[in-house]
Design a protein around this ligand. Structure first.
Ligand SMILES: [Zn+2]
Length: 199
């Protein structure tokens, strides 16, 4: 195989859920396309990777240097509610269901002894200052219902500690054990959010 094509296939194959067969299909599709899709894709990837960065406050990917993401700049979302999620795909899932209208805090992973993920690897240390600055009154945990999710939740609660006027809650049952928010349909998510339990 031509080394240039082989390199392309290998790069695509490493993307989530693609694999080597998928990588071949994508490479062939782009190389045989005559509408300029390969160039458009290359330029969109370059543009996004150079100009998109995590919001310094919450971690949502946004335009670099924009002074915060669309959620942190939206004053109507300063309602005292802060939803803690693992990654940006959870934010997208919650936004699609329109169940929540507060602000987010992406921690970027879960504590895990097996994978060696420690508190300092996650976006947790900035939480106490954020709670004070934004007058947060409720922290809603929307982390996976797994051992790692629960461990992370307990760690965050103990590191934030008791703050006057601050309560903690978690999504109600309906979140499948070991499940990610991605797999929930909007109805289940709305129920889980509406029936959230105080901690
Ligand atoms: Zn933000």
């Amino acid at each position: 195989m031509n080394p240039k094509i082989e390199k392309l296939i290998k790069l695509f194959a490493k993307l989530p859920r693609v694999g080597s067969r998928g990588g071949q299909r994508i490479a062939l599709c782009l190389l045989q396309d005559k509408t300029g899709r390969a160039a458009a894709l290359a330029s969109a990837i370059m543009d996004a990777s150079e100009n998109i960065a995590p919001c310094p406050t919450c971690g949502v990917l946004t335009d670099r240097g924009a002074g915060g993401c669309e959620f942190c700049r939206d004053a109507s979302r300063a309602n005292g509610q802060l939803c803690i999620v693992r990654d940006l795909s959870d934010v997208w899932t919650l936004e699609k269901s329109s169940v929540f209208h507060g602000r987010y805090h992406i921690i970027g992973g879960l504590l895990s002894g097996a994978s060696g993920i420690l508190p300092q690897d996650l976006n947790i240390a900035t939480l106490p200052a954020r709670i004070a600055d934004e007058k947060i009154t409720e922290i809603i945990f929307a982390l996976p219902n797994t051992v790692e999710g629960k461990t992370t939740q307990h760690y965050i609660m103990s590191s934030v500690g008791a703050v006057d006027g601050l309560s903690f809650s978690e999504l109600a049952s309906g979140v499948p054990l070991g499940g990610d928010l991605d797999y929930l349909d909007d109805g289940t998510l709305t129920l889980a959010f509406g029936g959230r339990k105080s901690l």
